[in-house]
Design a protein around this ligand. Structure first.
Ligand SMILES: [Fe+2]
Length: 374
């Protein structure tokens, strides 16, 4: 039995299928799409027409077993045309995808194919590395300890990213975009030329401005990325459809404070926030409050090295502020050695970021105008 709703992650066979929602994929497939992750083999788009048959599994539209049944007259939020059950093709017939589903003789991990039992394997921890590009952009790489799959966030350019990945025998399996600006998506075409089967994850609402999407996402979606949970947050303000990604540790440590990794693009910066190109101060305030509510230990991977300028401005605004002054001194030392000031943390931003400390949208708007003029 498999059933689920938008955003659910479901255990299937030896991996996890994440239902990213209903969709019309590339204008052709009407049904469900999601990701299937087996072991540490990476994220893989899995497009399922509905109803699906995975060893006789019924359609995911069915009411969840563990929740109250949907009233019979309630509209279904998954616009799926009725079709007879369609057997899923064996991924072994798709060479590009087969290498990531290697658990049986035919290369297929689905339950209706002969397969070897795969023990539950705790996925290895992930590391985030940053690649400085252009004048002050960072491209982030999410990867394991050695050669294997990797994902990149906001690739402004491709060349340095390809070289970085190839030098470490990393295979790109996913590209994440926080928003549509060229210094966040510009490298995607050449990366896809090098790794054509990589998934492209971005805001579905911005499909017109962020091309190559294979997985459009929205606020609240949960995906499985490299066997770890990836949460999507809508954070409008810098752009209308800006999103942030929260990569949760797996398993969530019971004894330690949770320390997710936040990829917030141009919404929250170390000591600052993004310009309001398509949003209002109220929208940015709400977005920053969502991010500030994440665990204090959350690592903040913002997409630009603006920290020194932000804190220099902030201390001019608040000359007597001890935490800001102390942070500015530390940042000056880092930058003097040409070292990054990223990642920050939610705790540090709460203490020293004037935009997070703003009482209301009006104050945030005034601060933003002051920072614009700095
Ligand atoms: Fe931007």
């Amino acid at each position: 039995m498999i059933s689920g709703n938008r955003g659910d992650s479901l255990s299937v066979a030896d991996g996890t299928w994440t239902n990213a929602g209903s969709a019309i994929f590339n204008g052709r497939i009407r049904g469900l799409f999601g990701t299937y992750t087996a072991g540490n083999l990476g994220v893989q788009p899995l497009h399922l027409q509905c109803p699906v048959t995975v060893s006789g599994l019924p359609c995911p539209r069915a009411p969840r077993v563990t929740s109250a049944p949907r009233p019979p007259d309630a509209p279904c939020d998954l616009p799926i045309r009725p079709e007879p059950p369609t057997p899923l093709p064996c991924p072994a017939t798709a060479p590009e995808a087969a290498s990531r589903f290697v658990s049986s003789a035919c290369g297929c991990s689905r339950q209706n194919h002969p397969m070897k039992p795969t023990p539950a394997i705790e996925p290895p921890p992930l590391t985030v590395s940053l690649i400085p590009v252009l004048r002050d952009n960072y491209v982030f790489v999410i990867h394991g300890a050695g050669p294997g799959p990797a994902a990149v966030v906001d690739p402004a350019v491709a060349g340095p990213v390809i070289a970085w990945l190839e030098s470490r025998d990393l295979e790109l399996v996913a590209i994440l975009h926080t928003h549509h600006h060229s210094d966040h998506i510009g490298g995607a075409p050449d990366l896809l030329h090098r790794w054509p089967s990589a998934a492209v994850i971005a805001a579905a609402a911005d499909r017109a401005r962020i091309p190559h999407q294979t997985m459009g996402v929205a606020d609240g979606d949960r995906l499985s990325l490299l066997s770890h949970s990836l949460e999507v947050l809508a954070v409008p303000g810098h752009t209308a459809h800006h999103i942030a990604f929260v990569l949760h540790p797996y398993p969530e440590p019971a004894s330690n404070p949770p320390a997710p990794d936040l990829f917030c693009g141009d919404t929250l910066f170390a000591g600052g926030c993004g310009r309001l190109f398509e949003g209002t101060p109220a929208q940015m305030k709400a977005s920053l409050e969502r991010l500030a509510a994440l665990p204090e230990a959350t690592r903040v991977w913002c997409a630009h090295e603006y920290t020194l300028t932000n804190l220099t401005w902030a201390i001019a605004e608040c000359p007597e502020d001890g935490p800001i002054a102390a942070r500015l001194a530390a940042v000056r030392r880092l930058r003097a050695d040409d070292l990054p000031t990223i990642p920050s943390s939610i705790a540090l931003e709460r203490a020293t970021n004037l935009f997070l400390r703003a009482d209301d949208a009006e104050e945030l708007g005034r601060l933003r105008q002051s920072r614009n003029a700095w």
